[in-house]
Design a protein around this ligand. Structure first.
Ligand code: NDP
Length: 451
């Protein structure tokens, strides 16, 4: 049977665009449908604008510290509207690049929603139908709010990049990546920032010592962080949004932001009618090659809720192309993924936390926490953390956790060594780069504890 295309991709985010481009460059006939903006969550309402906001927010402490370095800066003021418009212009530029990349690699695009009709057919929202030998679902995810009274009054990360004005005060709910990153951003931009997290400590799942330091530093920088606290009810009042918390607190905030997790965009795609299985959170269930229960339908990225990170979606897209179009079955590698949380200070992490490693085998823990030169000189009491988890048996570094300015950049490099199976002795043999914070990673001589 002749199909209109060899591959039809639904979703123009990081994963879908990469798979479409790479396949098309191989001579595969590819079409892609995107109902919203090209670039997806990462470019349009996630990583990219978030990082720009982190940069914007870091100037406040830089201006304060500049005095100690001899700079006389008067009347430094932040103008949200100027920044927001610059940021959105940058996103327009990036979206343009995404579109151009697709066009230049010969992918036919449809600015429409698509859903599956059968194993080889999609229907676009204008009613036209297209057939393809293979269909790739890469529709991403979306933020979700808890079902509580007044939840509609709160914003999510989708809305935060478009605010008319910066609020005077904000309550951020959640303790994951997004909540903690935006607490730092808002606080740095001068917004009175409160964060409620229902658990005992933010950033659940990460190394206890590292997340403990992030929490401490966030508080020291001015974020009012309440753990063991959740929100019960919201109401619009004259001077803002009234919030009742589980700890009995009642407060009014200018703005409330929910960062309470994300859900896969698997609704309304016709998946279940075709026998494609969804998991408990609505994620598309796939095998190690990203294939769904239907042989002709694959899924990658956040809609599969495996590891919800842009570079992982891209890897999954590349592995899909290898598997389906290059006759080279390739499972994406989800082991030892380095990641950074752009809190202030940043956290970079790869491999196992101390707690997870200790459950697995006997370990040595190497850890140092100190005042970094740059901030200490400016009179700050900020601390950073460098930590290695080492297997007693194999001597391999099982995990590395860094809390420091630039931790994201550092962990990318450490990630290579850890992925290669470097031992503690390999780290020790590496000469320190002086004076840096990261040099501590190669100069820690004695374990602080074994477990
Ligand atoms: P996460 O799943 O990381 O965190 C959700 C947070 O909300 C958790 O603290 C969770 O608490 C809390 N929560 C969930 N439901 C409720 C509820 N009903 N009431 C109160 N609190 C609730 O989601 P995020 O939205 O922060 O991020 C989504 C994903 O996006 C991340 O996991 C990550 O993969 C990716 N991401 C990556 C970034 C990066 O690489 N720097 C940046 C931003 C996002 P509990 O812990 O108790 O479950």
């Amino acid at each position: 049977m002749a199909f209109d295309y060899d591959l039809f991709v639904i979703g123009g985010g990081s994963g879908g665009v990469r798979a479409a481009r790479v396949a098309s460059a191989d001579g595969v006939r590819v079409a892609l449908a995107e109902e919203d903006r090209y670039g997806g969550t990462c470019v349009i309402r996630g990583c990219v604008p978030k990082k720009l906001m982190v940069f914007a927010s870091e100037f406040s402490s830089a201006f304060q510290d500049a005095k100690s370095y001899g700079w006389d800066i008067k009347d430094a003021k932040f103008d949200w509207v100027v920044f927001r418009d610059e940021m959105n212009a940058e996103l327009d530029r990036l979206e343009g690049i995404y579109r151009k990349l697709l066009a230049n690699s010969g992918v036919e695009t449809f600015d429409l929603r698509a859903k599956l009709i059968d194993a080889n057919t999609v229907e676009l929202s204008d009613g036209t139908r297209k057939s393809a030998k293979t269909i790739l679902v890469a529709t991403g995810g979306r933020p979700v709010k808890p079902e509580i009274s007044g939840a509609e009054l709160g914003i999510t990360s989708n809305d935060v990049f478009h605010l008319e004005s910066l609020p005077k005060s904000i309550l951020i709910i959640g303790g994951g990546y997004i909540a903690c990153e935006f607490s730092g951003i808002m606080n740095g931009l001068g917004v009175k920032t409160t964060q409620y997290y229902r658990g005992a400590q933010i950033l659940r799942g990460f190394d206890d010592e590292a997340r403990g330091l992030v929490a401490e530093e966030m508080k020291q920088h001015g974020v009012e962080l309440h753990t063991g606290t959740n929100i019960m009810e919201l109401k619009q009042v004259d001077d803002g949004i009234w919030v009742k918390a589980t700890n009995g607190d009642e407060q009014v905030f200018d703005q409330v932001m929910f960062a309470t997790g994300r859900a896969p965009n698997s609704d309304g795609l016709g998946l279940e009618d075709l026998g494609i299985e969804l998991g408990r959170n609505g994620q598309i269930l796939v095998d190690q090659y990203s294939k769904t229960a239907l042989d002709s339908v694959y899924a990658i990225g956040d809609v599969t809720d495996r590891v919800n990170l842009t570079p992982v979606a891209i890897r999954e897209g590349m592995a899909f192309v290898e598997t389906v179009f290059r006759d080279n079955p390739t499972a994406p590698d989800h082991e030892l993924i380095p990641t950074a949380i752009f809190t202030q200070p940043e956290m970079g992490t790869v491999g196992l936390s101390e707690e997870d490693a200790a459950e697995q085998e006997p370990i040595e823990v190497y850890c140092t926490s100190f005042k970094p030169m740059k901030q200490s000189f400016a009179g700050r009491s900020d601390r950073v953390l460098m930590k290695l988890i080492v297997s007693q048996a194999s001597r391999k570094v099982l995990g590395c956790h860094i809390v420091a300015e630039g931790a994201g950049e550092m962990i990318q490099m450490v990630g290579i060594a850890v992925k290669m199976g470097a031992t503690k002795e390999d780290f020790d043999r590496t000469v320190a780069v002086h004076p840096t914070m990261a040099e501590e990673l190669v100069t820690m001589k004695t374990p602080v504890r074994t477990a």
